[in-house]
Ligand binder design. Structure first.
Ligand code: PMP
Length: 344
């Protein structure tokens, strides 16, 4: 036996190279073959590990970060967790301004990973001084030796996925992918992945998933930000009330909108049919597949890759809580699922 310890040097070496897993039962009535890129396999349990390490290491290469520097970000939770994780290993301080819409589990988790967390009101405009954007900007101005990740407006976000997620999917599908379906929040995942894939094969169709209550789909179609499209919704990490420059709208062929209720039920259905315990936006992405199938976007030769961005454990007090589902009126809104009976 070789006398060598087979261990990773630290947790960051596990970022990326996530598995592609065929979907079997939930896609039974859909036309084509469907594969999920399961981003929960990253050590921080989401796709955001990829951008955290890429942006932080680029800042190190540019000499912007040294031992003891501070990293600041606005985040729905996942990016924060990833930045906190990278900061611990690399010896930086992490400050996060998060929306009050984020689940309590996510906020507790960020604090457990050593981050300093500011919870800011969700339903104020981006230029309101209480918004998480303005709070993060102020903290950046006030903190010496700090960098602001600014994921919605940072081109390195897209580049992280251009360099990792795109090549991985191309290699894992042996170039046979015909459609990419991915949620759009900052738009970094879909834009960077799509840019790489379309460079290999321009015929690949790229479909972004947006939420009712978000402006992305309408902006893609009209080129203008329609504030009438904006209203509160429950899905975290998907859609936006502004136009992020981290999204390359040109590379996305179309957007499709999904509802809070159907996305929540579909996430629960993925867990029960495929044994994959996924987050809310994975449900949104899967819901989009069902709607696209009903629109006859796919044929029997389609090889569709859908990105499942994070893990279900982050939503125990939300979509995986029957009480929460009931409080939202989601059991009435969608009768596909019976409430679970507790057995004693
Ligand atoms: N799903 C979840 C759970 C997220 O946190 C995010 C990021 N906001 C997304 C999807 C969308 O990814 P992106 O920001 O790369 O568009």
């Amino acid at each position: 036996m070789e006398n060598k310890i087979k261990a990773y040097n630290n947790i960051l070496e596990l970022i990326g190279k996530t598995p592609l897993v065929k979907l079997n039962r939930i896609t039974e009535n859909l036309t084509g073959d469907f594969y999920a890129k399961v981003e929960a396999f990253n050590p921080g349990h989401s796709s955001k590990d990829r951008i955290a390490i890429h942006i932080i290491e680029e800042a190190e290469r540019k000499g912007l970060l040294k031992e003891g520097s501070t990293i600041i970000e606005t985040t729905s939770g996942n990016t924060g967790f990833s930045i906190a994780m990278v900061s611990i290993i690399k010896g930086y301080k992490c400050i996060l301004a998060v929306s009050s819409k984020s689940s309590a589990d996510k906020i507790d988790m960020l604090r457990s990973m050593g981050a300093e967390v500011y919870v800011c009101p969700a339903h104020v405009s981006a230029d309101d001084p209480r918004s998480y954007y303005q709070v993060a900007k102020r903290l950046h101005d006030e903190t010496k030796n700090s960098i602001y990740i600014n994921q919605y407006f940072n081109e390195l976000n897209m580049e992280a996925h251009y360099r990792s997620t795109g090549p991985e999917i191309w290699e894992q599908t042996s170039g046979q992918i015909t459609h990419l379906v991915a949620c759009s929040g900052t738009g970094g995942t879909i834009s960077g992945t799509a840019r790489f894939l379309k460079e290999q094969n321009p015929n690949i169709k790229v479909i972004g998933v947006d939420a009712y209550g978000s402006v992305l789909k309408k902006y893609h179609e009209t080129g203008t930000l329609d504030t009438n499209e904006i209203y509160p919704y429950r899905i975290e990490g998907l859609g936006k009330n502004l136009i992020p420059t981290a999204t390359d709208f040109e590379i996305i062929d179309e957007f499709i909108k999904v509802s809070d209720a159907e996305s929540a039920h579909t996430a629960r259905e993925i867990s029960k049919t495929e044994g994959m315990f996924v987050g809310y936006t994975s449900g949104a992405a899967m819901q989009a597949l069902k709607q696209l199938d009903a629109m006859e976007v796919f044929d029997k030769d389609s090889k569709v890759v859908v990105i499942f961005p994070d893990h279900g454990s982050r939503y125990m007090s939300k979509i995986y809580s029957d009480q929460w589902m009931e409080d939202q009126g989601f059991f009435e809104a969608n009768q596909v699922e019976e409430k679970q009976e507790i057995q004693y």
